[in-house]
Structure formats: C-alpha cells, structure tokens
Design a protein around this ligand. Structure first.
Ligand SMILES: [Zn+2]
Length: 140
C-alpha cells in the first residue's frame, strides 16, 4: 500500500538545482526510504516486515549499521535501477547535496519496497547476496 510521505526541500551541491524529496524525519524507527540512482523513484521499507526480518537474522552480529544498505541492495529494482539508501539529485544524479530536509514542500505517495526477487532465494544464496552487499569476498 502506498503511503503519503512529507516532502522537503533540498539543494544539489553539484548542479545547484533545488528539488524536493520525501523524508520520514527523525521519528522513523524501523523504517527507511530507498531511492533509485537517478533520484526519480523512492520506496519505503519496514524493518519489521517478513523479508527484512529474515535479512536481519542472516546478518546476525554483522555490523548492524549496514542493515539498510544491505536491504536496499536486495530490493527489486525500479526501471531496472537498483535501489540505494542515499538521496540523489534527480537533475544530475549526484549524491553530493548542499542541503536537505529543508522546508516542508508537500507530500508524495510512496510505494513500499518490494523484495520479490530476493525472497525467492534460498537461505544459502541470500546469505551470499548479503555478504556481497557487505563488500565481502564471496567464493564462486
Ligand atoms: Zn544535481
């Protein structure tokens, strides 16, 4: 189900364009937003959903700060673009921003992240994908 998420002003450091982006603000325990590399699409993810819970389990004692990065990399791509956790300028694709989370602009209907591809992997293959996302060498 889509969710109405507030959007806020941001300014790109690279191309100086102003744009608005959805943000969950500071009260988003267990939730996060992912973006496509062109900055044009966003989805939200909930750490307490079934698949994210499984990923967290497989991550085990691995650096928990990596959880969202790993989860973003396991989400189904949108318009063939993998999802990342970083906010991207929709004009030039830069992640170097001058400011973000500025004045509230409005709101945007944001769809949930989907994990259809990754949730079909068996635990073994999923673990390998997770290790890869963590930047660890995975034996072929
Ligand atoms: Zn830009």
């Amino acid at each position: 189900m889509n969710r109405e998420i507030s959007t806020f002003q941001a300014k790109c450091h690279q191309c100086s364009a102003s744009f608005s982006h959805p943000s969950l603000g500071d009260f988003s325990y267990g939730e996060n937003l992912f973006f496509t590399g062109d900055g044009k699409h966003s989805v939200y993810a909930n750490a307490f959903d079934e698949f994210p819970k499984k990923v967290r389990q497989l991550l085990g004692d691995e650096d928990p700060s990596q959880f969202w990065n790993v989860l973003a990399s396991l989400a189904d791509p949108i318009s063939e673009q993998p999802l990342i956790q970083k906010l991207v300028c929709p004009h030039c694709g830069s992640t170097s921003l001058e400011s973000w989370n500025g004045n509230r602009v409005g709101s945007l209907s944001v769809p949930p992240a989907s994990f259809q591809g990754s949730s079909q992997l068996n635990d073994n293959d999923l673990s390998r994908r997770i290790q890869k996302a963590l930047g660890n060498d995975v034996p072929a």
